[in-house]
Ligand binder design. Structure first.
Ligand code: MLC
Ligand code: AMP
Length: 502
């Protein structure tokens, strides 16, 4: 059976495996069976209803990763509401746009941000603000604990929204990608099948749960397949190595793999019970793929996706997992390049989102007239259908799996006293894949680097703040006056040294 509220599919899996362990924290402090997970989600769903959340309402969530955060995620879906997760690194200035735009009924935040969120909520006419801390305690948890552990899952249409995930763009404000239950279900089913996930699997989960990778790819597939999860509140390579012998599966951004490789204690023996390592969200260097295979005997399976589309392509489970390629389009998903290869990849399928929240114009711009979504990634597709990503048509930096849009940083830089103009670029970084660098011209005398960084950090998330700032007399421009970023990327390529592969 399929269609409707995705939580109904999870509910079936949870009921069939009620006594088995669903989530165990790596430190052993928390352990929930699937039955307890279902009852916890029901309590949280009842709490949401008591707070006035009704089907279709947005619930904005900016909390540290915790098991309670998972219950909240499930509860929002169960209640038929729309989950709007936010990166915990976002500043008040960044969050205010998301809240104003999404107009949520409820905000769930860290207790340290309650006052700030209340002010934003008042301005945006949000009904309620509750909190949840890194240990999973807070006013929402307290309320949920008093609630009934039965709750009837709200009926939804497959086309109804399950998530509203904001992505920036090369122009204008961040856009909310409207993700439906049917988008999520088709993608999760395809991945469970492709990656052969079963109740016998144990997944190492160390990704954040405010982006597609840790939230939809990892959690939804684990729930659908009733796989067990070993839970890390953040990436802790040593703890991950300690837990790995009890696991079969891992999903991570490329930084996860380079960090594992930098640990001498990470060996073939550590990975002896592992069946599959999956990488995505940013390009995996061929060197990392090779070094990992040499160290562990495992060929990392690289896949490719986007917030707007979920997963698009994956290397095969059986058959060659080729370094530098992202494999084949998922079943039901079509990928094409119009015109000459390499070119911009376009995608069609049940995975493709419904459009941008209250932005029909932007939605139209990002689709072709025959309704293919334009990814902005430049790739080629070989005769067998294998996709390789060779570049980006969009001005985007991916640092440790987080997206940084240069334009956003440049606007803030240009407004700072002492700075005349700026160009923000990504250059190779041994840990983050790409590191953010700003090249600026000064009005008279440039303020010290630390002062600029501190000024930027007051409005921008830390991961977006340039790790280095260089002053030049003028920015290189082409004949029509456009800054030549390719030239700057070449000039500053050695800023962070070369990739470290052990
Ligand atoms: C942290 N910092 C970063 C950073 N992460 N700087 C640049 N890029 C990053 N990604 C900075 C912090 O601001 C801080 O700066 C310092 O590094 C230490 O912070 P930390 O929190 O201790 O870092 P760490 O835990 O080591 O985090 C690194 C990381 C994390 C790689 C584990 O960034 C991460 O979990 N990334 C995954 C992102 C992800 O899930 N992407 C999926 C997007 S979905 P200071 O100055 O205070 O020291 C998507 C679709 C798809 O793309 O296909 O999947
Ligand atoms: P996001 O908007 O955070 O969902 O990021 C999506 C972007 O991440 C894509 O458009 C790609 O540019 C990039 N991406 C995801 N997976 C891969 C991959 N395996 N290789 C290269 N780029 C990737």
């Amino acid at each position: 059976m399929s269609g409707g509220n995705l939580y109904l599919r999870f509910e079936q899996a949870f009921a069939a495996h009620a006594e088995r362990i669903a989530i165990r924290t790596a430190d052993g402090r928390e352990c929930l069976t699937f039955g307890e997970l279902a009852r916890g989600a029901a309590r949280y769903a009842n709490a949401l209803a008591a707070l006035g959340v009704t089907p279709g309402d947005r619930v904005t969530v900016q909390v540290e990763k915790s098991v309670a955060n998972v219950l909240l995620y499930l509860a929002v879906m169960k209640a038929g509401a729309v989950y709007q997760p936010l990166n915990t690194a976002y500043t008040a200035a960044e969050v205010s746009h998301f809240v104003e735009d999404a107009q949520p009924k409820l905000i769930v935040c860290d207790p340290s941000r309650q006052a700030m969120m209340r002010a934003l909520a008042d301005a945006a006419k949000v009904f309620a603000v509750v909190n949840l801390n890194a240990e999973g305690n807070g006013s929402l948890a307290t309320m949920a604990a008093t609630m009934d552990d039965r709750h009837e899952t709200v009926t939804r249409d497959g086309d109804d929204l399950a998530g509203l995930l904001y992505t920036s763009g090369t122009t204008g404000r961040s856009k909310g990608a409207m993700i439906t239950h049917a988008n999520l279900e088709s993608n999760a089913r395809a991945l469970v099948d492709l990656w052969r996930m079963t109740p016998d699997d144990t997944l190492l989960h160390a990704l954040p749960v405010f982006h597609v990778h840790g939230l939809y790819v990892a959690l939804n597939t684990a729930f659908l397949s009733a796989a067990s999860i070993i839970w890390f509140n953040k990436l802790d390579t040593k703890a991950m190595i300690a837990a790995m012998p009890r696991a079969t599966l891992m999903m991570g951004v490329p930084t996860f793999y380079t960090r594992l490789l930098s640990e001498p204690s990470f060996t073939r023996e550590t990975a002896r019970n592992m069946r599959l390592f999956i990488s995505g969200s940013a390009p995996l260097l061929a060197e990392t793929h090779t070094a990992f295979a040499q160290r562990t005997g495992h060929a990392i399976l690289e896949r490719y996706g986007m917030t707007e589309t979920g997963m698009i392509a994956s290397n095969p489970y059986d058959g060659a997992r080729l370094a530098g390629t992202v494999g084949f389009a998922l079943p039901d998903v079509s990928v094409r390049v119009r015109g000459e290869q390499p070119g911009v990849l376009e995608v069609k399928g049940p995975n493709v989102f419904k459009g941008y929240w209250r932005m029909p114009e932007k939605t139209r711009e990002d689709f072709t007239p025959d309704r293919w979504f334009i990814t902005g990634d430049v790739g080629s597709i070989d005769v067998e259908g294998r996709v390789s990503i060779v570049g980006r048509a969009k001005d985007l930096i991916i640092s440790g799996g987080f997206n940084v849009y240069p334009r956003e940083i440049e606007e803030v830089l240009d407004a700072l006293p002492g700075i005349c103009e700026s160009a923000v670029i990504g250059v190779p970084h041994p840990d983050f894949g790409e590191g953010v660098v700003a090249v600026v011209t000064a009005e008279a005398k440039l303020p010290p680097e630390a002062e600029i960084v501190s000024a930027l950090s007051s409005s921008l998330a830390k991961f977006k703040v340039p790790k280095r700032i260089f002053e030049v007399a003028e920015l290189p421009r082409n004949a029509i006056g456009k800054v030549q970023k390719a030239e700057l990327r070449k000039r500053y390529a050695g800023t962070f040294g070369s990739p470290i592969i052990v």
